[in-house]
Design a protein around this ligand. Sequence first.
Ligand SMILES: [Zn+2]
Ligand SMILES: [Zn+2]
Length: 212
Amino acid sequence: MNDVLTPAQRSHCMAQVKGTDTKPEIILRKALWKKGFRYRLHYKLPGRPDFVFVKQRVAIFVDGCFWHGCPIHYSAPQTREQFWKEKLKKNVLRDLAVNDDLKSEQWRVQRVWQHDLKELDKVVNKLVKILNSNDKSYLLEKPYDFQVAEPLAHYGGFNNPSQWWLCDCGSSDVRVLSVNKPGSLNPNAKKRPDSAELICCRCRLKWSIPVG
Ligand SMILES: [Zn+2]
Ligand SMILES: [Zn+2]
């Protein structure tokens, strides 16, 4: 599997303006519409979710792998290193703050990776389950304080997908916060950074991993 973006793909990716109807998002929402779930677009909520199921109080974001720090596909550009570094960090931290805001208003937030849409059925089934369920127990989870901790969390590496960036809190919802130099975390990439800083979206633990 080689998921590294070619320069052409990357520039295409960067050219897409955030907030417009990107293709993968349309495919997903149409699939859910077919299942009978009626969504609203441009619903006024923190972070402007891509689409929203008002009755079920579910807010959906489709997160692009480049813009939102996908731990498998994020690739730091070769140029304007510092700019992209700050941009990534800002985006990822804003996503987490938006999650908190929505959660505090009793919204169930679902973030779908763009790459997950390659397995559309899986994503649709998962979201249908959530839409059909009244389970709001996760809203009762105590919010964690932002913390910078010792590198306690595991790094399983690419050879063991079940342990990819599994946080000590049990969550695998982990994002790249920064990389120390241009390149991709993907082991097939030609250019790889020496290290990356990851953040757990659930407990906000940050830790560094060697990449090289
Ligand atoms: Zn990805
Ligand atoms: Zn965690």
